[in-house]
Design a protein around this ligand. Structure first.
Ligand code: C2E
Ligand code: CA
Ligand code: CA
Length: 661
C-alpha cells in the first residue's frame, strides 16, 4: 500500500508556505524602515549643503545678482546626492534652477510608494532680524535613482537571506517531524498492512520507548486495548457459535446458549422437555471401524432423528455419540412418545459397507417443572437420566424424575389402550338419572363413560380422562361419546321419550377447533330436539380466557345445546367469572358433591351456592345425594333436582331404560 501524498510533503508544503508569507511581511516592513532611514539621511545631508550656501545665496538674491546665484548653485554639484537645486520666490515663481545631471527615471509605482524624490526647502533671509519674511526659498532635490538602487539592493539581499533561512528552517522542521511522527506512523502502517488476516484479531502493536508518554503512545495503547476487547468478544462468539463439523449441529456450548435463550423467551408456566440420546453403537464403533464408516453411520442415524422430530425441536450434539433434543412445548407424555418413536426407528438394522448393524441407544429426559432451573442444570439432569437408562440395559428411556417415567409410560399405554378400546368396543355409555326429588321422577340423565375391565366389570379408570387429555386422545374419545349420546337420544325421541341427556365435556375438548361444528352436524344428523342435549362443563378445568369461553358457549347455544356448570363451587369462585355469569348462556349449576356429602351438619357452602344460583336465576342440581337426610335438607332449601346413589349410580343404558321408561 502506497500513500499518494506523504505527510512529509504535506507538512513541508505547509511550513514553507507559512515561512514565505511571514518572510514577505517581514521584508516589506524592513524595507520601509530602511528606505525611511535613507530618506532621513539624504534630507540631513541636503540640509547641511543648504546651510553652507545659504548666506552667499541670500546676498546674491538680495542684490539680484543672478550670475552669482547660478554660480553658487552650480557649486553644489559635487555633493553627489543632489539631482536638482532651485531658488523659488515666496509667491511660487521659480527664478532659477540647476539640473546637475540628467537623472535616470524611477518606476512610477516605486516613486509613489516611497514618496520620491526626497526634497528639502530652506528659506533665504536678508541680513538682520528686521525682516522676518524670507526673500526666496532654496529647494534641493535628492537623486531618486540612487534611492531606487538602494531599494533594489536591500530587497534582493533580504529576499535571498530570508529565503535561505526559510529553506533551512523548513528542512530542519521536516526532518524533526519525519523522525518523530512520520517514520513511526509509517512503521505502524506497514506492520498493519502486512498483517496476515488470521492474526488481525487480537494483534498488538509494540510501544516504542520514546513514545510512551505522547499522543502516538496513546494511539498505540488505545489500539492494543481495543484489540483485546475485540479478541474477548470474538472468543466468546466463537465459543458460542461453534457447530460440530461433521453434522453441523450446535455443540454443547451453542446448544446451552440456545436453550438459555428459549428459557428466557417463554413464560414460566410453559413447559418443555430436554432429551439426551446416547447412541451406544457410535461409541462402540470408536476405533473399531474406519472413521469414514463411523461418519456415515452418524449421518444415517442423524437423518433418522431428523425424520422423527418436528419443527418445534432443536437438535444439538454433545459428543461423538451423544445428541440432545430440545422439544419445545412437549409434555412428558409427548416426549415419551417421541422417545419411543426414536427408539423404534434408530434401532432398525442399518447396512454399513456390507455389514449389518443394529444400533442401540439410551435416552434420558428432563422436563422443566421447576421454572428456576438453568439450562446447564436441565442438561445435566437429562444427561444423568440417560446414564441411569444405560445402567438399566439396552434401549431404555428414563426421565430424571423416576415417577415421571412411570407416569409417561402409563399414559402412553393408556393412550394405546383407549384407541384400541374404541375400535374393540371396550367403551360404553352408562346413564345416571337426575331426579326431581319431590316426585322421585327422572328429569334427565348424565352420560358417564365406562370402560370394560379385565375382570369383565365396567368402570372409569381414575386418571383416564386426564391422561386422554394429556395425550390428545380425548378428542377421539369425546367424539365417540357425543355420537353415542346422540344415537341414544335419537332412539328415545323416536319412541316419544323426551328425557334430556347431559354429556361431560372437558375444557381441552371445548378448545378443539371444530368442536361446535361437529356437534351441529350430529344434532342435524340425528335430528335432536333443541335443548335435549346438555353439556356439563367442568369449571375446575376452566376454558381459559372468559372472553373465549363466552364465545364458545354462545356458539353452543346457537347450535341448540344447553350448558350446565359442573362441580360448581370448586373453581368458578372467581369474582370475574361470577360477574360474567349473567351474560353466560348457562342454564344449570351442578353443586359439587363435596358440598352435599357433609349435609345436613355443614351447610354453609350449599347455602352460598344456592344463593348465587338464585341471583343468577339458574336451576341447581345437587350431586352425590346419598342419604334421605341430605335429600330432605335440600328440598327444604328449595333445591329440587338431585343426582346420586340414593336414587341410582351409573347404569347400563338397558338397565336405565328398564327402570325409568
Ligand atoms: P362428574 O361429571 O362430576 O361425574 C360425576 C361422578 O360422580 C361420576 O363418577 C359418578 O359415578 C359419581 N357419582 C354419582 N353419584 C354419586 C354419589 O352419590 N356418590 C358418589 N361418591 N359418587 C357419585 P365417574 O363416572 O367416575 O366420573 C368421574 C368424572 O369423569 C366425571 O365427574 C366427569 O368429570 C368425568 N367424565 C365421565 N364421563 C365423561 C365423558 O364422557 N367425557 C368427559 N369429558 N368426562 C367424563
Ligand atoms: Ca358431570
Ligand atoms: Ca360433577
Amino acid at each position: 500500500m502506497r500513500v499518494s501524498r506523504s505527510l512529509t510533503i504535506k507538512q513541508m508544503a505547509t511550513v514553507s508556505g507559512v515561512a514565505v508569507v511571514t518572510i514577505l511581511i517581514f521584508i516589506v516592513i524592513q524595507l520601509f524602515h530602511f528606505v525611511q532611514q535613507r530618506r532621513i539621511d539624504y534630507a540631513q545631508q541636503m540640509e547641511n549643503v543648504a546651510h553652507t550656501v545659504r548666506q552667499p545665496l541670500s546676498q546674491s538674491v538680495l542684490k539680484a545678482d543672478i550670475g552669482q546665484a547660478e554660480r553658487i548653485l552650480n557649486s553644489l554639484k559635487p555633493a553627489g546626492i543632489l539631482a536638482r537645486a532651485e531658488v523659488v520666490l515666496p509667491n511660487g515663481l521659480q527664478t532659477l534652477h540647476t539640473d546637475f545631471e540628467p537623472t535616470k527615471p524611477v518606476p512610477k509605482l516605486i516613486a509613489t510608494i516611497f514618496e520620491l524624490p526626497v526634497q528639502i526647502t530652506v528659506p533665504l533671509y536678508s541680513v538682520g532680524p528686521s525682516n522676518p519674511k524670507p526673500l526666496a526659498l532654496l529647494v534641493l532635490q535628492a537623486d531618486s535613482w540612487r534611492v531606487y538602487q538602494f531599494i533594489l539592493s536591500a530587497l534582493s539581499t533580504m529576499v535571498t537571506t530570508y529565503l535561505l533561512l526559510a529553506l533551512i528552517l523548513s528542512v530542519a522542521i521536516s526532518w524533526c517531524i519525519n523522525k518523530l511522527i512520520v517514520r513511526p506512523l509509517r512503521r505502524i502502517a506497514a506492520e498493519l498492512h502486512d498483517l496476515p488476516p488470521q492474526e488481525a484479531i487480537g494483534h498488538q502493536l509494540a510501544l516504542p520507548a520514546r513514545h510512551r508518554d505522547d499522543e502516538l503512545g496513546m494511539l498505540i495503547r488505545s489500539y492494543n486495548h481495543n484489540q483485546q476487547v475485540i479478541e474477548t468478544v470474538h472468543d466468546e462468539m466463537r465459543r458460542l457459535t461453534t457447530r460440530v463439523a461433521l453434522t453441523n449441529l450446535p455443540n454443547q456450548t451453542l446448544f446451552l446458549a440456545l436453550l438459555e435463550q428459549h428459557i428466557n423467551a417463554i413464560a414460566d408456566k410453559d413447559g418443555f422437555t430436554l432429551m439426551v440420546l446416547r447412541i451406544e453403537t457410535l461409541q462402540e464403533a470408536n476405533g473399531v471401524v474406519a472413521d469414514e464408516q463411523r461418519d456415515a453411520l452418524t449421518l444415517t442415524l442423524l437423518d433418522k432423528i431428523r425424520n422423527c422430530i418436528d419443527g418445534q425441536t432443536l437438535t444439538g450434539q454433545l459428543s461423538d455419540s451423544d445428541f440432545v433434543l430440545l422439544m419445545k412445548r412437549a409434555t412428558p407424555v409427548r416426549a415419551m412418545r417421541m422417545a419411543r418413536l426414536l427408539l423404534l426407528r434408530l434401532t432398525q438394522p442399518v447396512m454399513l459397507h456390507e455389514m449389518q448393524i443394529r444400533p442401540s441407544l439410551s435416552i434420558g429426559m428432563a422436563t422443566r417443572e421447576d421454572a428456576h432451573l438453568s439450562a446447564t442444570e436441565l442438561l445435566s439432569r437429562a444427561a444423568s437420566a440417560m446414564m441411569s437408562a444405560r445402567l438399566e440395559g439396552k434401549n431404555q428411556i428414563l426421565f430424571f424424575d423416576a415417577t415421571m417415567t412411570e407416569r409417561a409410560h402409563k399414559r402412553l399405554t393408556q393412550e394405546h389402550d383407549i384407541l384400541q378400546g374404541l375400535s374393540d368396543g371396550q367403551f360404553a355409555l352408562f346413564l345416571q338419572p337426575q331426579i326431581d326429588m319431590r316426585s322421585g321422577q327422572p328429569v334427565g340423565a348424565e352420560v358417564l363413560l365406562r370402560m370394560r375391565q379385565p375382570d369383565g366389570s365396567w368402570s372409569l379408570p381414575e386418571d383416564l380422562i386426564v391422561s386422554a387429555e394429556e395425550s390428545g386422545v380425548i378428542h377421539a374419545l369425546g367424539r365417540w361419546v357425543f355420537e353415542e349420546a346422540c344415537r341414544v337420544l335419537a332412539g328415545w325421541q323416536k319412541r316419544g321419550i323426551t328425557l334430556p341427556l347431559s354429556v361431560n365435556i372437558s375444557a381441552v375438548q371445548l378448545r378443539e377447533p371444530d368442536r361446535v361444528a361437529h356437534l351441529q352436524t350430529l344434532i342435524q344428523q340425528y335430528q335432536i330436539a333443541p335443548g335435549s342435549l346438555m353439556l356439563e362443563l367442568t369449571e375446575t378445568a376452566q376454558v381459559g380466557e372468559p372472553a373465549l369461553a363466552l364465545r364458545l358457549l354462545n356458539d353452543l347455544q346457537q347450535a341448540g345445546v344447553a350448558v350446565a356448570l359442573d362441580d360448581f363451587g370448586m373453581g368458578y369462585a372467581n369474582l370475574n367469572w361470577l360477574s360474567q355469569f349473567k351474560s353466560l348462556p348457562v342454564s344449570k349449576l351442578k353443586m359439587d358433591r363435596s358440598f352435599v356429602s357433609p349435609l345436613p351438619e355443614e351447610n354453609a357452602m350449599v347455602r352460598i351456592v344456592a344463593a348465587i344460583a338464585e341471583i343468577m336465576q339458574l336451576e341447581v342440581i345437587a350431586e352425590g345425594v346419598e342419604t334421605v337426610e341430605q335429600r330432605d335438607w335440600l328440598l327444604a332449601r328449595g333445591i329440587h333436582i338431585g343426582q346420586g346413589y340414593l336414587y341410582a349410580g351409573a347404569l347400563p343404558i338397558a338397565e336405565f331404560e328398564r327402570l325409568y321408561f
